[in-house]
Design a protein around this ligand. Structure first.
Ligand code: GLY
Length: 378
């Protein structure tokens, strides 16, 4: 399935995203934005799981025009971000399973784009820390370190983890050591079995007994409740399983990616942006998640290259990206730094509701880059 599209809307959307990102870089510099509040991106800690998306966004823009006037300053910003992120690797308490999100979009892309040995070294260090989170008895990667009265996080895995596995696949390719890949596959198999339901919906959080590894219970997490269908979790599943298939060639991952993608598309219908949870009760149908739409669009464009039904996923991915551009982008609006509007971070905790989010922007631009014929960064 070939994807590259040449269309006026696509070039307009890409150029608009590039211009705004270059403008934003002059203010945001080497800090770590998460959500845009009243038009201005906040500053987050480099430890937070979202810290890779700003460097990743800058790498997408850099890669498309490495000789441009802006390119040297984008490189400098990314070098500084990467050095700050490396600081976190020295404190095991500050790193979670999100090392893939962070390092695939910083050190690893820096190595791939420029041959940076520092990027490769840091990426491999991050992969080792991620591998060390593997729970042998439960065959999953532990998600978080924090203590909680709601659950024992020593035994917790979450859906988002599927996007972190490419760091392990990459580490096996780089080092020639297959252990990273075996761990990633073992985790993916656990997630496919314990998180993905027969109808293609997924749960966000599963708690296992930290001593025996037996599954204890589901938690709603960022979704409404156990049994509901958090939209972004579904997006992580369809993109993450597509990536596991791409890296391993194991057909079972393709089947899971297709099942979750089919569920997302059936629930989305003619819409572009889903509710934050496909099964949110009527009184909570007040928040939407454009980041789930952007992740899904980019994931579908990945699946389009892998699946015998690729033409369906390519058409759906393009429809969603175009819809984001035409109906959700902030466009030329100078008073808004975010690229796409109406994402939701964490509805149950009331955080970041109907706002631009940095990972929504990243995946929107990644999907546009794919439509223009480039690869994603995962
Ligand atoms: N927990 C990661 C996310 O919000 O998708």
């Amino acid at each position: 399935m070939t994807i590259p599209t040449s269309a006026t809307w696509l070039e307009d959307a890409w150029q608009q995203g590039v211009s705004k990102t270059i403008r934003n870089a002059k203010r945001i510099k080497d800090t770590f934005p998460h959500i845009s509040v009243q038009g201005v991106y906040d500053k987050n800690d480099p430890e937070w799981w979202t810290a890779g998306f700003w460097p990743g966004l800058l790498w997408l823009v850099y890669r498309a025009a490495p000789e441009s006037e802006a390119a040297p300053s984008l490189r400098r910003i990314n070098d500084s971000c990467e050095r700050q992120l490396e600081g976190c690797l020295r404190d095991p308490d500050s790193v979670d399973h999100d090392l893939g999100f962070i390092w695939l979009l910083s050190g690893v892309v820096s190595y791939r784009q420029t041959g940076s040995e520092d990027g490769r070294r840091r990426g491999l260090l991050a992969a080792n820390l991620l591998a060390a989170r593997f729970h042998v008895r439960g065959q999953f990667i532990r998600a978080w370190n924090f203590s909680s009265s709601m659950m024992d996080t020593r035994g917790v895995a979450i859906m988002d983890s599927m996007m972190n596995l490419p760091l392990l696949y990459w580490a096996s390719e780089q080092s020639g050591d297959p252990r990273f890949r075996w761990l990633a596959e073992a985790h993916a198999d656990t997630v496919a079995r314990e998180f993905v339901r027969a109808d293609g919906s997924v749960c966000h959080v599963v708690e296992f007994d930290p001593h025996t590894g037996q599954k204890l219970r589901e938690h709603g997490g960022q979704g409404h409740a156990p049994g509901s269908a958090w939209a972004r979790g579904t997006a992580w599943a369809l993109y993450g399983f597509a990536l596991s298939f791409r890296y391993t060639g194991e057909a079972r991952y393709l089947g899971t990616a297709e099942r979750t993608a089919d569920f997302f598309l059936a629930m989305l219908g003619e819409d572009i942006v889903p509710l934050w949870d496909f099964r949110a009760p009527a009184e909570h149908q007040v928040a939407w998640d454009s980041s789930a739409a952007a992740i899904t669009a980019s994931g579908l464009l990945e699946l389009a290259k892998l699946s015998p039904r690729g033409h369906i996923y390519a058409a759906a991915g393009e429809r969603i990206v175009r819809g984001l551009y035409e109906h959700y982008s902030s466009g030329e609006l100078a008073a808004e730094e975010g690229l796409i509007m109406q994402g939701t971070v964490h509805y149950p905790e009331g955080r970041g509701i109907n706002v631009p989010i940095i990972y929504g922007d990243y995946f929107y631009m990644e999907a546009l880059a794919k439509l223009r014929g480039s690869e994603g960064l995962f």
